[in-house]
Design a protein around this ligand. Structure first.
Ligand code: FAQ
Length: 327
C-alpha cells in the first residue's frame, strides 16, 4: 500500500486543493486522518512519525541493557518503568502513523531492510551505570526539547500522541538527572564515571536534532506544513542554553572548550558536532547499528508465531460471526 502511495505522489496535486490545504494549516487547524492531504504531506508524516516510533522502540535497547545491573531495587523499578514507557510511546506513534495508511508491519519491514531510520543516538553504547543518568538527562532532555513544540504540530493524531509522551519524557529526564546528582555526590570514582558519560554523550545528544539547517533536506517544507515547528539549529541552541546551567549545577564540565556565553546573541556559543560522524551513523556505520538491527530482527522473527496466532484467532472470530449471522 505504501508503495502505491509513493507512486500516486507522482500525480500532481490540484493547485486549488493545495492552496485550500495550506490555508487550513496557516489558520492553525488540525488535519485529521480522513481529511484530504497532499501526498507529500502524508509521506513526510509517515517518514517522521515512523522514524520517531522506531526510535522509541530501538531506544529501549541501550537502557534495557542495564535493568539487570541497576545498583538498587528502586533504581531497577524506575528504569524498568521508563523502558516500558518507551515501548508505549512507540505503540502510540505506530498507531498515529497507521492512520495515514501504512501498517505497523510495513514500517517494521522498512526499518529492518534499511528504508526507514531511527534516531542516531541509539547507535552509541551504554558502558556504565552513569550512562543511565546521562541518557535520561541528555537524551530524554533533547527529546523533550524537540517534542514539546510537536504538541502543536498540524496533524491531529501526532499532536495528541505528543501530549502524553511529553509528560512521561519529563519524568524520564528528571530520573536521569537524579541519577547524575547521586553520582556526582558519591565517591571520586563515581564522579569520574558521571563526567565520562557526559563526555561520550554530549555530541551524540546534539546530533539528535538533525543536521545543521543548511543541510536539512526536509525542514523548510515541513515547517511550511507545520509538521515541524522549529528548525534543527533553533532547537539545538535551546538545548545547549538550558543544559549548560544544569551541568554547572552538577559540577560537571561539558566537553567543549568553545562553550561560552555570548552577550550579543543572548545564547551560548558552542562547537557543532562532527557531521561526518553523524552521516556515517545514519548510513548504518555507527558503533552499535548492526547490534540494534540484529536485536529488532530477532524480536521480529521470534514474534512471528504471535502475529500468526492473532491473525488465526481474528479469522476464526470472523467466521463464527458470519455463521451466527447466517443462522
Ligand atoms: N537520527 O532534513 P532533516 C526518543 C535524517 S526521541 C537519524 O533535517 P527532518 C525518546 C532524516 O531522517 C528521538 N536520522 O530531517 C527516547 C533525513 O533522512 P531521510 C526520536 C536523522 O525529518 C529517549 C536526513 O537525516 N525523535 O526516541 C536524524 O526534517 C530515550 C535529513 O535531515 C524524533 O524522531 C537523527 N538524529 O528532521 C526513547 C522526533 N536527524 O528520512 C528511548 C521527531 C536527521 O530523508 C530512550 N522527528 N536524520 O532519509 C523530528 O523532529 C525530525 O524528524 C528530526 C529530523 C529533527 C529528527
Amino acid at each position: 500500500m505504501y508503495a502505491q502511495m509513493i507512486k500516486s505522489e507522482a500525480t500532481e496535486d490540484d493547485p486549488q486543493r493545495l492552496a485550500e490545504f495550506q490555508a487550513r494549516i496557516d489558520a492553525g487547524e488540525k488535519i485529521e486522518p480522513k481529511d484530504w492531504m497532499p501526498e507529500g504531506y502524508r509521506k513526510t508524516l509517515i517518514r517522521q512519525i515512523g522514524q520517531h516510533a522506531h526510535s522509541e522502540i530501538v531506544g529501549q535497547l541501550p537502557e534495557g541493557n542495564w535493568i539487570t545491573r541497576a545498583p538498587t531495587l528502586e533504581r531497577k523499578t524506575n528504569l524498568l518503568a521508563k523502558v516500558q514507557d518507551e515501548a508505549g510511546h512507540g505503540l502510540y506513534l505506530y498507531c498515529a502513523a497507521e492512520t495515514l495508511g501504512v501498517s505497523r508491519d510495513e514500517m517494521t519491514e522498512m526499518l529492518l531492510d534499511g528504508r526507514m531510520k531511527y534516531s542516531s543516538i541509539f547507535n552509541y553504547p551504554t558502558l556504565t551505570w552513569a550512562d543511565m543518568g546521562a541518557v535520561g538527562w541528555l537524551v530524554d532532555g533533547a527529546a523533550i526539547m524537540n517534542q514539546v513544540p510537536l504538541q502543536r504540530t498540524s496533524y491531529g493524531p501526532y499532536a495528541r500522541s505528543m501530549v502524553r509522551i511529553c509528560k512521561e519524557e519529563s519524568f524520564h529526564q528528571r530520573q536521569g538527572f537524579h541519577i547524575m546528582m547521586a553520582m556526582v555526590k558519591g565517591t571520586e570514582a563515581q564522579k569520574r564515571m558521571a563526567q565520562d558519560a557526559l563526555n561520550r554523550m554530549w555530541f551524540p545528544a546534539l546530533m539528535m536534532f538533525g543536521p545543521s539547517d543548511k543541510d536539512s533536506v526536509h525542514s523548510s517544507q515541513s515547517m511550511a506544513w507545520k509538521i515541524k515547528m522549529n528548525t534543527n539549529d533553533e532547537l539545538r541552541q535551546k538545548f545547549v542554553d538550558e543544559t549548560k546551567p544544569q551541568a554547572d549545577y552538577l559540577g560537571l564540565t561539558i566537553p567543549d572548550e568553545n562553550l561560552k556565553w555570548n552577550e550579543e546573541t543572548g545564547h551560548y556559543d558552542y562547537t557543532e558536532p562532527d557531521w561526518n560522524e553523524f552521516f556515517e551513523v545514519i548510513k548504518g556505520n555507527g558503533p552499535c547499528n548492526a547490534d540494534r538491527i540484529e536485536a529488532r530482527q530477532k524480536a521480529w522473527n521470534e514474534g512471528a508465531w504471535v502475529r500468526d496466532a492473532m491473525m488465526a484467532h481474528a479469522e476464526k472470530k470472523r467466521g463464527a460471526k458470519a455463521n451466527g449471522a447466517a443462522q
